[in-house]
Ligand binder design. Structure first.
Ligand code: ASP
Ligand code: MG
Length: 407
């Protein structure tokens, strides 16, 4: 007998029919002798609808009240799923985040979980009940309802699994696992049987939207066995997210190709090559709460140098305005920007022990005549910035060059 936490996303509970299907799946696990805790999202589209409603009554809604409204989507689904479970003969009980007591800090709309009181859930499980918990929400010290940020139900699922020391946390979604890259771009993309936490974090932060990043961090930290599966397929093992040391199999060199279209590049030309320049350029950008991604500074010539970095496209105009304001003070010659940039990355823990990944990546792009504008690397990732119009081509040729369709 195992204790399993199952999280079902918005599309998996998107209609009464689908909620009944979830109930059947839960019943199947219980019939096998497992204890099941279910975490659900709001029905698909519901959270967006609620946010839109708040905007109709207030230009900038108070965050505390915003959380009161947007948390209701999940309250509907826990009630409906519990009823559907009872309707097929199971004992089931729903809990809002506050009723469990998922204690969070008070950062409304992006709260962090501090503690979970798992005792009542354990009691219900021992009595043979299925426990149904609202994802995405918690409560702070003052008793105010909080939410965990978009996609936060994943984090609720993982946090509950950690608190209950569950044997497995299963995330049910509309795809059957984590893929080597986006199958809409590369039809030969393959579902991975396993991926390490570190790789998953890189893939997630690079735009693969299968899991909320914070849930992956959480699972890695508390060593929660995490699996991504489809709620629309009866069979299938999905993708297991593993701790690297636990897999004794030989790792492939590259596990996936991630990409992000939402990049913009800024170059500050002819700045004095002296201490403090990077700070003078990026300090005001950070003060405006703009995230900077890749940064490159070249060797200087004649006492000056060029400084480039990327931001997300929506932040480009604001960033240029900020830099125009400090340009004279820094002593820069000009500021150039490029909206049509994109980032492509190869990700894999295997590159720690296999040299030559970078050269193979650069050769592959060169053979297609794709110019690399910027490069950055980490231990398990190499990213390049290229012209957006070559993005799909780059993803396709890299997927092939690293043998990902057959690995
Ligand atoms: N319902 C919330 C959202 O749409 C939380 C979730 O689905 O994970 O972001
Ligand atoms: Mg989600």
């Amino acid at each position: 007998m195992a204790l399993i936490v199952q999280k079902y996303g918005g599309t998996s509970v998107g209609s009464p029919e689908r909620i009944k299907n979830v109930a059947k799946r839960v019943a199947k696990f219980q019939a096998q002798g497992h204890q099941v805790v279910v975490v659900v999202s709001a029905m698909s589209g519901e959270t967006n609808r609620l946010i839109a409603l708040t905007k109709e009554v207030a230009a900038s809604p108070d965050p505390r009240e915003l959380d009161v409204v947007v948390s209701t989507g999940e309250q509907v689904t826990i009630g409906l799923l519990s009823m559907a479970l009872q309707d097929i003969g199971l004992r089931a009980k729903s809990y809002t985040g506050a009723q469990v007591r998922i204690l969070t800090d008070s950062a409304h709309t992006k709260a962090r979980i501090l503690n979970i009181d798992e005792a009542p859930i354990r009691r219900d499980l021992q009595e043979g009940k299925v426990v149904v918990v609202a994802g995405f929400q918690g409560v702070d010290e003052k008793g105010s309802i909080t939410t965990l940020g978009r996609g936060g139900s994943d984090t609720t699922g993982v946090a509950l699994a950690a608190a209950l020391k569950a044997d497995e946390c299963q995330i049910y979604t509309d795809v059957d696992g984590v893929y080597t890259t986006d199958p809409r771009i590369v039809p030969e993309a393959r579902k991975l049987d396993t991926i390490t936490f570190e790789e998953m974090l890189e893939m997630a932060s690079l735009g693969s939207k299968v899991l909320q990043i914070r849930s992956v961090e959480f699972a890695g930290k508390y060593k929660v066995k995490l699996r991504v599966l489809s709620s629309f397929q009866e069979e299938g093992e999905g993708t297991l997210i593993t701790v690297e040391e636990d897999t004794n199999m030989e790792q492939p060199v590259i596990s996936g190709i991630a990409f992000n279209r939402d990049e913009a590049k800024i170059t500050v030309l002819g700045v004095p090559d002296k201490p403090g320049i990077a700070y003078q350029i990026l300090g005001p950008v950070a003060d405006a709460n703009i995230d900077v991604d890749m940064i490159i500074q070249n060797v200087g010539h004649d006492g000056t140098t060029d400084f480039s970095f990327t931001v997300s496209r929506g932040d480009l105009d604001k960033t240029v305005r900020i830099l125009d304001g400090v340009k004279a003070h820094i002593g820069a010659r000009a500021i150039e920007s490029d909206k049509a940039a994109a980032k492509v990355s190869v990700v894999g823990v295997g590159m720690r022990s296999h040299p030559g990944v970078a050269s193979r990546m650069f050769r592959t792009l060169a053979e297609e005549g794709i110019n690399i504008q910027m490069i950055s690397t980490s231990e398990i990732k190499i990213s390049v910035v290229i012209d957006e119009k070559y993005l799909e081509l780059a993803v396709r040729v890299l997927h092939k060059a690293f043998g990902l369709e057959t690995a």
